[in-house]
Ligand binder design. Structure first.
Ligand code: SF4
Ligand code: SF4
Length: 356
């Protein structure tokens, strides 16, 4: 572990206020029964002990964003056009410029953007909006000291103190956090006087992480999930059974830090308009509805098969066995029908054994 510094709980508000001078700062706070990421406000509340209900992916992939705006104009009649007016479109691209700090994400939430990057930042495909936001967003994550029964990060290559995707990792200790810089940008933030190099609670921090790992228990072995799910691709009865409880509400996709599907809409008013990107939801009937009215995923069984198969089979086969799930358990905890993605994959893994 690199050098750690101490961030006192009582200094967090002042530290965040200094960040506001240069960054938009998102923090978890309570809204009703939920913990959601909202812009930090001086004197506003913070909820740093409970797992955030929503994921911090909005920082790098907003649920609604304007990609460009346009105005239709009509040029003066041109001789080469036979004296006719020629319509012209004036485009203005809205590339994100802001710098953001997400304070208080969990390791699983910060890791989500790495799963996006394998799709939106490749040799062949560059999503300039995602890339600009990702490169201008710092994650200060808090290691989990008390994982919930729905958490399974250690089963998908993560852990309660996994630093993947974070710039600073904070480990909760008495009266504050031990902070470890993960990136150069994180180290720069930790040059702030609010981080104290003189107070060392490394042993306590280590014990916190070990307790959390113990609480998570034995990791589920997903190593053969990819091929087992593929074998079940055409098994309709299996997927009908797995999806029987699902009500197609889409909560699982909206809360997931690794779901990256979107829709594009042009919104117009008179001769002006804007192109808007919004999150999409593969659990919805409309997701694959074609203009011909044919729908290749017309049943919830087919949609759930796609969601689970994408995360545990198709994505790993394209991206060096990386599972497109960080084990945060949000989809399990918030599903109104108690659908459990871990159980579905396990059922797929065990299917042949009980059906020989
Ligand atoms: S949250 Fe549960 S009920 Fe809603 S779409 Fe997802 S699996 Fe189905
Ligand atoms: S599939 Fe569920 S457990 Fe996995 S990252 Fe998404 S919300 Fe979290």
């Amino acid at each position: 572990m690199s050098q750690q510094k101490f961030l006192a709980s009582q200094s967090i508000g002042s530290f965040l206020e200094t960040l506001l001078r240069e960054h938009r700062v998102l923090v978890p706070l309570c809204e009703g029964d939920s913990v959601v990421f909202r812009p930090f406000r001086k004197g506003g509340g913070l909820e740093l002990t409970r797992m955030p209900t929503t994921s911090p992916k909005e920082a790098t992939f907003p649920r609604v964003e304007t990609l460009m705006s346009f105005t239709q104009k009509v040029s003066a009649p041109q001789e080469e056009d036979g004296g006719k007016e020629r319509p012209e479109i004036e485009l203005t691209e809205h590339l994100p410029q802001d710098s953001t700090v997400v304070f208080g994400s969990r390791p699983c939430g910060a890791k989500g953007k790495t799963i996006f990057s394998r799709v939106y930042d490749t040799e062949a495909v560059k999503d300039p909006y995602f890339i600009a936001r990702r490169d201008n967003t710092l994650f200060i994550s808090i290691a989990c000291s008390a994982p919930e029964t729905t958490c399974f990060c250690t089963s998908v290559g993560g852990g309660p103190a996994d630093s993947t995707g974070s710039d600073i990792l904070l480990i909760p200790v008495t009266d504050g956090f031990m902070a470890e810089a993960v990136t150069e940008a994180g180290a720069k933030l930790m040059e702030s006087a609010f981080f104290d190099a003189g107070t060392q609670k490394a042993e306590e921090a280590q014990a916190v992480v070990e307790r959390a790992e113990t609480k998570l228990g034995q990791a589920q072995d997903f190593s053969n999930a990819r091929e087992k799910l593929l074998k079940l691709f055409d098994n309709e009865s299996f997927w009908e059974e797995m999806s029987a409880k699902c009500i197609s509400c889409g909560t699982c996709t909206y809360l997931c830090p690794t779901c990256y599907c979107f829709n594009i809409t042009d919104e117009t008013a008179g001769n002006t308009g804007k192109r808007v990107r919004t999150w999409d939801n593969c659990m919805d009937y409309l997701f694959t509805l074609e203009a011909s009215t044919h729908n290749p995923r017309s049943s919830k069984a087919k949609r759930l098969k796609n969601r689970v198969g994408h995360k545990f089979s198709y994505y790993p086969s394209l991206h060096e066995e990386h599972i497109a799930c960080c084990g945060c358990g949000r989809c399990i905890k918030s599903c109104p029908a108690a659908v459990d993605i871990r159980q579905i994959v396990k059922s797929a893994q065990e299917y042949e054994d009980v059906n020989i």
